[in-house]
Design a protein around this ligand. Structure first.
Ligand SMILES: Cc1cc2nc3c(=O)[nH]c(=O)nc-3n(C[C@H](O)[C@H](O)[C@H](O)COP(=O)(O)OP(=O)(O)OC[C@H]3O[C@@H](n4cnc5c(N)ncnc54)[C@H](O)[C@@H]3O)c2cc1C
Length: 401
């Protein structure tokens, strides 16, 4: 059987895979996206910081504006009922001169937008509903084997095949994995009072309980709980669950009506030892996964894709050359490490009853609530890593570096 050839083969049709497929096709690379049909996904994604201009470059802004809600304020409420109680912190986008931190959109709507954009690109992006089963690579290129036994040759394979990543495994890239004594319940709900484009994250003893606004009087919710409690909550009737949600929200949105079905995700973390191998780049959860705190996961995945694209464009003749992938792996290290560690630390600080840790957390939140320049620094860093430093006076920047 003749082996087909492409410059880029993207494996995985989740959100990171579609972003990669569209990105390479828009940049003029001969691209094939292997995207088996997606499973139903009731989650939403808060697209923040650089994700927004990146998606704009992919021609996605109309689709996003048609179905997303801007995020103008993010609020953190200490709801742990512990001895040390931190003040509520509010981050207003206007404080750093932005109309919004970003947009919250249902994953299903974002995926539909990607698919429509892919169709609009016509022959520039070929999508195939097939699974990859094998990968081999040498200095001249990679060969991806599909489930029907056919093979594709490529300069670069982009593994966007999720946290179990068969491509990462085939390349022999090690992965560190850990789990948390928590599960996330994900649901969407309508409510009587307007949300005012505000997202509220309640920090409870068992994890965060995060409401994120959707268009109209509707919001999405990620409710992190002990696995046993999460299972019990999942079995409640819609009416009983709606009452529990309203209670947890302290009725800030009035009465609520939960939409079914509710989805449950056991929480775990993972990080690949390297974001690249021979002729292979990992993006999204193939390279890193962590609990849903502070809307970091996909935003980090989109930064992977953005950086990979920039490096590939600088070496168009061979986007999968060793020099490109070496720079990619090195370039992603700090961003991935700092986000994974930050989310892990914050999550563990909620779970621990250890007083010094509670004190540090509470002091940190108090400082954020009371010191405006520090709050602005945190907001700029949250929106765009490295941008917080640029907002500091020069002398402080030098001291920091
Ligand atoms: C409860 C929850 C809430 C979250 N909220 C946010 C948020 O607000 N903001 C944010 O930035 N992030 C958020 N995240 C994280 C975000 O959802 C993930 O980072 C993102 O969905 C991962 O996308 P992905 O494309 O990397 O992986 P996946 O979505 O897992 O996609 C992988 C794809 O690869 C395909 N695949 C697997 N094997 C093969 C193969 N052999 N061949 C071909 N295809 C294959 C699969 O079918 C799948 O479609 C949240 C996560 C959770 C659990």
């Amino acid at each position: 059987m003749a082996v087909e050839r492409r410059e880029i083969v993207v494996v995985g049709g989740g959100l990171a895979g579609w972003a990669a497929g569209l990105g390479f096709a828009c940049e003029g690379f001969d691209t094939l996206l292997l995207a088996p049909a997606a499973k139903p996904d009731g989650r939403s994604t808060a697209l923040i910081g650089r994700s927004v201009p990146f998606l704009q470059r992919l021609g996605m802004m109309d689709a996003i504006l048609a179905s997303a809600e801007p995020l103008s304020t993010m609020r953190i409420v200490d709801d742990g009922g512990r001895l040390l109680h931190a003040p509520t912190v509010e981050f207003h986008a206007a404080e750093i001169g932005l109309p919004a931190f970003g947009y919250n959109i249902l994953n299903a709507d974002l995926l539909a937008g990607f698919e429509a954009r892919g169709e609009a690109l016509g022959a520039r992006l070929e999508r195939r509903e097939a699974k990859a089963t094998g990968l081999e690579a040498d200095a001249t290129g990679a060969v991806v084997t599909l489930e029907d036994g056919s093979q594709l040759r490529a300069d670069l394979v982009v593994a966007a095949d999720g946290r179990r990543s068969p491509m990462r495994q085939a390349a022999g890239i090690a992965v560190g994995e850990w789990s948390y004594p928590q599960s996330a319940l994900v649901m969407n709900f309508s409510h009587r009072l307007p949300h005012g484009s505000v997202s509220t994250e309640f920090h409870t003893r068992n994890g965060p309980f995060t409401q994120v606004p959707l268009p109209g009087r509707r919001s999405s919710l990620v409710w992190v709980e002990e696995p046993r409690i999460a299972e019990l909550l999942e079995e409640l009737t819609p009416e009983a669950l709606s009452r529990r949600v309203e209670e947890r929200l302290h009725s800030i949105l009035g009465s609520v009506e939960v939409e079914m079905p509710v989805q449950r995700f056991p929480l775990s973390g993972a990080r690949a030892a390297s974001m690249a191998g021979d002729r292979l780049a990992l993006v999204g959860e193939a390279g890193h996964a962590f609990p849903p705190i502070g809307a970091q996961g996909l935003n980090l995945g989109l930064r992977d894709v953005d950086q990979l694209l920039q490096l590939a464009c600088e070496n168009r003749d061979d986007a999968g050359a060793r020099v490109v992938l070496g720079r990619y792996a090195a370039g992603r290290r700090a961003d991935v490490a700092s986000r994974s560690a930050g989310v892990d630390l914050l999550n563990r600080s909620l779970l621990t009853g250890f007083l010094p840790v509670q004190f540090a957390r509470s002091a940190g939140l108090s400082m954020l609530a009371g010191i405006a320049p520090l709050r602005r620094f945190a907001m700029r860093e949250g929106v765009s890593p490295g941008a917080g430093l640029l907002g500091l006076p020069r002398s402080l920047r030098e001291l920091w570096s």
